[in-house]
Design a protein around this ligand. Structure first.
Ligand SMILES: Cc1ncc(COP(=O)(O)O)c(C=O)c1O
Length: 329
């Protein structure tokens, strides 16, 4: 039983859900939402802040600033509060109300941009605001999750070795993509492992990460409207793209089994399940990374009126029976 004195010291690293009965395939879901920040973003936030402290970039009077669709913002709010730093989170109108309120409760200042017409979309508008803050006062320290190598190193040092310890015969790893920190850290680590691992990136339709034109995306978390600077496609074996309606159906179907996961997790599970349905899965050990939990999506993904209004009734249609490729062993 861990006893801690700072919130970032606790992170459940060894919890997996066996989805065989729910997805119809052997599939282990690594749950990354069980920490005080509620998502996998705690790891990137901790690594980036502690590295900036070690290098002297982050000083006592510094003001942390970051662009985030929400989850990194919550993690940084928590760490900033714990370490006594000020933090300004620049987010956009897709950020869930609960997420914004959490950041404010932790003492952060939240700035919401909503200018969709700006060059580079909402992300471009967020980055322009961050640059403006940094230019206005040199106490601002921008960790820049999109370009910061400590983002992927967090997963190289922690996430990938933890999966390898638990699944020494891992064959396929499904990883959702945003900044691609999780993807690049895990892909680099498994590249030099004792056996080959197929790295499957799971992205949302409407994301421009792998070169598609950007389109409408309403669920925050995965996906990006530009190509992420951290991405090196040479490490990626395959990309699966998931419609937001499939994300919603998957989240709601997992919730009916008592597992209230977040939108990013619904996307990864949907992508992994569709990949497994197209492949011969005999003897295969597949793991998917679940980055978040469901509370922050109660007013969107789990809100029937919101889903009907945005996607129509089709998104509420129950998922068909699980497709059985090869039974779980
Ligand atoms: C909940 C959640 N999961 C996953 C991701 C994407 O992870 P990464 O930025 O490491 O690609 C994000 C990105 O913001 C996120 O908020």
């Amino acid at each position: 039983m861990p006893v801690i004195s700072v919130p970032q010291a606790f992170n459940e690293e060894d919890l997996y859900v066996d989805l065989a009965s729910m997805s119809g395939h052997r599939l282990f879901l690594k749950c990354e939402g069980f920490n005080f920040a509620g998502s996998i973003k705690l790891k990137a936030a901790t690594e980036m802040v502690e590295s900036a402290e070690r290098s002297g970039t982050l000083k006592r009077d510094s003001i942390l600033v970051e662009s985030s669709s929400g989850n990194l913002g919550v993690a940084l709010s928590m760490i900033a509060a714990s370490k006594g730093h000020r933090f300004v989170c620049v987010t956009d109108s897709r950020c869930n109300l609960t997420t914004r309120l959490m950041m404010e409760a932790l003492g952060s200042q939240v700035h919401v941009v909503s200018d969709e017409g700006a060059a580079g979309g909402l992300l471009g508008a967020r980055l322009a605001y961050v640059r403006g803050l940094c230019a206005s006062d040199d106490r601002h320290v921008w960790l820049s999750q999109y370009t910061n190598d400590d983002n992927w190193k967090a997963h190289y040092f922690r996430t990938a070795p933890a999966i390898a310890r638990r699944f020494p015969r891992l064959d396929v790893l499904f990883i959702g993509v945003g900044t691609t920190g999780t993807l690049m850290g895990c892909a680099r680590w498994f590249r030099s492992w004792h056996r080959p691992v197929r790295i499957v990136a799971v992205d949302s339709v409407g994301s421009a990460i792998f070169g598609d034109p950007p389109g409408r995306r309403m669920i925050p978390g995965l996906g990006m409207s530009v190509r992420p600077p951290l991405l090196d496609e040479e490490y990626v074996d395959e990309v699966v793209r998931v419609e937001e309606t499939d994300t919603i159906r998957t989240c709601r179907s997992l919730a009916r089994r008592g597992f209230l996961f977040g939108g990013s997790t619904g996307t990864v599970v949907s992508g992994a399940t569709s990949w497994l349905a197209r492949h011969d899965t005999r003897g295969l050990t597949p793991v998917a990374i679940a980055p978040d939990l469901g509370e922050r999506y109660l007013d969107t993904v789990y809100q029937t009126n919101w889903v009907q209004g945005v996607y129509g009734d089709e998104a509420l249609a129950p998922q068909g029976p699980p497709r059985r490729g090869v039974s779980a062993s």
